[in-house]
Design a protein around this ligand. Structure first.
Ligand SMILES: C[S@@+](CC[C@H](N)C(=O)[O-])C[C@H]1O[C@@H](n2cnc3c(N)ncnc32)[C@H](O)[C@@H]1O
Length: 224
C-alpha cells in the first residue's frame, strides 16, 4: 500500500470490517463491467473502499489502482483483494496526484462525501487518456437526510426478506450493522443530491455525458 498523503481518519475506519461484509453481500459490479473500455491498460477506482470493484477490474485491466482515504478499508482490500496487477493508495482524492493516465476511471458511492466536485472532475479529466471513460455512481435522494428512526424502521422491514435471501446469521449481522450507533451517525451526516441536482451538476462539468440510470453518469474523453 502506498501512502501519498496522510488523510485524517474518517468514519469508514470505524465501520470498515462490517462495511466490507455488507458490501460483499450486496455487491453488484455488473454496471461497471458493462461499461468497460475497449483499451484495457490501466483503470482507477476513486474511493475504492475494501477493493471489491478493484478486484473485478483487475480481471480485465493490466493495471488497476484503488484510492481511498480510510486506512482500515485499504488494509482489508490489501489482505483480501490483492493481485500483482493491483496497487492501493491511501490518499484523499481531493489532494491526489497520480503517476499515470487511465483508460477507465470509476467511483461508486463516494461523491456525496466530496467537498468540491468541480475540482475533482477537472483532475479526473486530466487523468483520463484521450478515448478514456469515466463512470460515477452515487446515492441520490429527493428527500433531506431522514432522522435515525427511519433507518431503524427500514432495517426492521428488511430483516425477514434478508433472512429468506441470505440466511439467519447474515440477516442478523446486517441488522446489527444497519442499527449500529456508528453507522447511524454516519448516515445522519450524509447529504445526497436529488437526481435533478445530480444531472444538472454533471451536465455542467462533463459536456455530452450520459445518464444510463438514476445516480449514474458516464463521460467519454474525446480522442484528439
Ligand atoms: C460508501 S463507501 C464506498 C466504497 C466502495 N466504492 C464501494 O462501493 O464498496 C465510500 C468510500 O469513499 C471513501 N472516501 C470518501 N471521501 C474520500 C476522499 N475524499 N478521498 C478518498 N476516499 C474517500 C471512504 O473512505 C469510503 O471507503
Amino acid at each position: 500500500m502506498t501512502i501519498t498523503s496522510q488523510p485524517d481518519a474518517n468514519q469508514f475506519d470505524t465501520v470498515a470490517l462490517e462495511y466490507d461484509f455488507m458490501a460483499k453481500l450486496f455487491h453488484s459490479p455488473q454496471p461497471f463491467i458493462n461499461y468497460m473500455t475497449q483499451q484495457k491498460t490501466c483503470a482507477l477506482d476513486l474511493g475504492c473502499g475494501s477493493g471489491l470493484l478493484v478486484t473485478e477490474l483487475a480481471k480485465h485491466y493490466r493495471h488497476v489502482i484503488g484510492v481511498d482515504m480510510s486506512y482500515n478499508m485499504l488494509e482489508i482490500a490489501h489482505a483480501r483483494r490483492n493481485a500483482p496487477n493491483i496497487d492501493y493508495i491511501l490518499a484523499d482524492i481531493e489532494q491526489l496526484s497520480l503517476p499515470e493516465q487511465f483508460d477507465y476511471i470509476i467511483s461508486k458511492n463516494v461523491f456525496h462525501h466530496v467537498t468540491n466536485i468541480a475540482v475533482i472532475i477537472a483532475r479526473i479529466k486530466s487523468w483520463l487518456k484521450p478515448g478514456g471513460r469515466l463512470m460515477i455512481t452515487d446515492v441520490i435522494s429527493s428527500n433531506p437526510t431522514p432522522p435515525q428512526y427511519v433507518y431503524r424502521i427500514g432495517a426492521i422491514q428488511e430483516y425477514i426478506p434478508n433472512v429468506i435471501q441470505y440466511g439467519l446469521a447474515n440477516a442478523n449481522r446486517v441488522y446489527r450493522f444497519r442499527t449500529s450507533k456508528h453507522w447511524l451517525n454516519h448516515l445522519a451526516s450524509d447529504q445526497y443530491l436529488s437526481e435533478k441536482e445530480f444531472r444538472c451538476i454533471f451536465e455542467g462539468l462533463l459536456p455530452s455525458c450520459t445518464f444510463p440510470d438514476n445516480g449514474f453518469v458516464i463521460w467519454d474523453k474525446v480522442k484528439i
